[in-house]
Design a protein around this ligand. Structure first.
Ligand SMILES: [Zn+2]
Length: 468
C-alpha cells in the first residue's frame, strides 16, 4: 500500500486533466461515438492530426463511412473497417488535419456518418506552436547502418543517447539468433527504436519495432524483445506455408529461452497446470493473439515447441512447421490438427495427453510458480493501466501508424507525445519498480507495487466515473 497515499489527489488531478476539449469527447448532442486524436495529448499548431472514430457502444458499423469537415474544408472520408489486433470497427484518418499556419484556439470539426449523413460536431483546441516542448521541436528521424542492421531512431531520445550500446546489443543478438536458429539473415535487419511504450514493447511487420526508453513501464526487456523479434524476422525469411501463430510465437519464445526474460520454459508451463491456468491446445491455437491471457499463451506455446523438438527433433519440427498448407475456411486449430496427423501421425487429443504428461514430469520450484504468477499479474496490470489511462498503447488497438511513412514525411509527434499526467507518472514509476523487483526475485516488493497500481486504478475508475 506504500506510495498510494497521494493517489486520490492525483486521480482528481487526472480527471480534470483528461476532460475535453482537446481529447475529443463528444459534446452533449453528439451520438454515441468516440473520437481519439493523435498525437496523443494536447494538440499544437503545426500538428498533423489523426482521428480514430468508433462507436462508443460497439454498435455494428459495417458498410458505413465517416467524413470530417472543418467549415468548407473536407479533411477526408474513410470507410469503417476493422482496426488493430482487436478488429475494432472504426474510421481511421491518418494525419488528416494539417494545422500548419492556423491560429491557436478552438476549432469545431463536423463528423458525418455516411451514407445516412447523421452528424455531430466536436471542438478541438490547438495550443500555440511556441508552447511545444523543445525536445519535440528538435526531434528528427535518424538512421545508422551496422554490419547486421539498419537502426532508425529519433534524435534526442534515449535510443540516441545509448546508440553505441544498442549497436553492440543488436550485433550480439543477431549473431545469437542466427546460431540458435541455424540460418543467416538475408540483408540488413531494419530495427526502429520507439520512444514510447506501445502494446508490449515490440513487434515485427515490415521491420522490427522495439520500445526503447529508460522509463519503460512494460518491463526492462530490450535485449530479450530484440532477440524475440529477430527470430520472427529470420523466421519470415524462410520458406514456409501457413505459419500458425501458436507455433510462430512458440518458436520465438523457445529460441529466446523465455518471453520477456530468460526463464525456465518447461517448469513454468508445468506450473500453469498446477495453477489451473493451462489452456487446451485446440483453444490456444484459435485466436492466439486476442482470446487468451497473453503471457500464459506464449509460455505454453513455447513449451509445446520445446516438447515437439524434444520428441521429434528440430529438423522434423521445422519440416512440420514450414509445410502446413493454407486452409481457407478452416480454423487455425483445424489446420494444426490436420498437420499433426500428416506429419507426426498423431491426433490432437493424443498430443495433448503426451504433452501434459511431459509437463507433469517437470520439477517446479516454488520460486518458479511465484515468478510466473507475478509475471502474469504484472502484465495484466500493465494492460489494465493502458486500457484505462493510455488507450492508444493498449495492444488490441495500439496506435501504430506506418513508420516508414512517418520517416519519409518527418512526422515525430505520434511517437513522442503520450499521456503524462501525475497519475500516469505515478503508475509508470510503480510499474518500473515492480518489474525491477520481479527481475531481482524480490517478490514481496513486486507484489506490493502491483497491488498499489491496481488500488490506484480502482480509485481512478471509481472517481473518474463519479466525476464524468
Ligand atoms: Zn512474437
Amino acid at each position: 500500500m506504500r506510495k498510494i497515499l497521494p493517489a486520490l489527489l492525483l486521480i482528481l488531478m487526472a480527471c480534470s486533466f483528461l476532460s475535453p476539449v482537446h481529447s475529443g469527447e463528444p459534446q452533449a448532442a453528439a451520438p454515441a461515438f468516440k473520437v481519439i486524436t493523435h498525437p496523443d495529448g494536447p494538440l499544437y499548431v503545426g500538428d498533423k492530426v489523426s482521428f480514430e472514430v468508433f462507436s462508443a457502444t460497439q454498435a455494428s458499423l459495417s458498410n458505413q463511412a465517416v467524413r470530417i469537415t472543418l467549415g468548407n474544408q473536407n479533411l477526408g472520408e474513410v470507410d469503417i473497417e476493422p482496426f488493430g489486433m482487436g478488429a475494432r470497427q472504426q474510421a481511421t484518418f491518418y494525419w488528416a488535419w494539417d494545422t500548419q499556419g492556423l491560429e491557436a484556439g478552438d476549432y469545431a470539426l463536423r463528423f458525418s456518418l455516411l451514407p445516412d449523413e447523421s452528424q455531430w460536431e466536436e471542438t478541438f483546441s490547438l495550443r500555440p506552436a511556441a508552447d511545444l516542448p523543445p525536445a519535440e521541436v528538435e526531434a528528427r528521424w535518424k538512421s545508422v547502418n551496422t554490419d547486421c542492421c539498419v537502426l532508425h531512431y529519433l534524435s534526442g531520445t534515449d535510443a540516441e543517447k545509448d546508440l553505441e550500446m544498442l549497436k553492440i546489443m543488436v550485433a550480439a543478438q543477431a549473431a545469437e539468433v542466427e546460431s540458435r536458429f541455424g540460418a543467416k539473415f538475408k540483408g540488413k535487419t531494419p530495427i526502429t527504436f520507439l520512444p514510447r511504450v506501445l502494446g508490449h514493447g515490440g513487434f515485427t511487420s515490415d521491420g522490427i519495432y522495439v520500445s526503447y526508453l529508460q522509463q519503460n513501464y512494460a518491463g526492462n526487456a530490450t535485449q530479450q524483445v530484440i532477440h524475440h523479434e529477430m527470430v520472427h524476422w529470420l523466421d519470415g525469411q524462410q520458406h514456409s506455408g501457413l505459419r500458425l501463430p501458436i507455433l510462430q510465437e512458440g518458436l520465438a519464445v523457445y529460441l529466446s529461452e523465455g518471453h520477456f526474460k530468460k526463464e525456465p520454459i518447461l517448469p513454468r508451463a508445468a506450473a500453469l497446470l498446477d495453477l489451473g491456468w493451462y489452456i487446451p491446445l485446440n483453444q490456444l491455437a484459435d485466436s492466439f493473439y486476442s482470446s487468451h491471457q497473453h503471457e500464459i499463451s506464449y509460455i505454453e506455446a513455447a513449451a509445446l515447441v520445446s516438447y515437439l523438438v524434444a520428441t521429434y527433433g528440430r529438423d522434423e519440427f521445422d519440416t512440420f512447421y514450414r509445410n502446413i498448407p493454407p486452409a481457407p475456411g478452416s480454423s487455425q486449430a483445424e489446420a494444426l490438427d490436420a498437420a499433426l496427423q500428416t506429419h507426426f501421425e498423431t491426433s490432437p487429443a493424443r498430443l495433448e495427453k503426451d504433452f501434459t504428461e511431459f509437463l507433469r514430469q517437470q520439477a517446479v520450484a516454488d520460486a518458479t510458480r511465484t515468478d510466473l504468477r507475478l509475471t502474469i499479474a504484472f502484465y495484466d496490470t500493465v494492460r489494465r493501466y493502458q486500457r484505462e489511462l493510455v488507450p492508444s498503447a493498449y495492444f488490441l488497438y495500439a496506435w501504430l501508424p506506418n513508420i516508414p511513412t512517418m520517416r519519409q514525411r518527418g512526422i515525430v509527434a505520434d511517437l513522442l507525445r503520450s499521456p503524462s499526467s501525475a497519475i500516469n507518472q505515478q503508475i509508470e514509476t510503480l510499474l518500473v519498480s515492480a518489474d525491477a523487483s520481479l527481475r531481482a526475485g524480490d517478490y514481496t516488493a513486486a507484489e506490493a507495487d502491483i497491488r498499489a497500481v491496481n488500488v490506484m486504478l480502482n480509485l481512478y475508475q471509481y472517481w473518474g466515473n463519479k466525476l464524468r
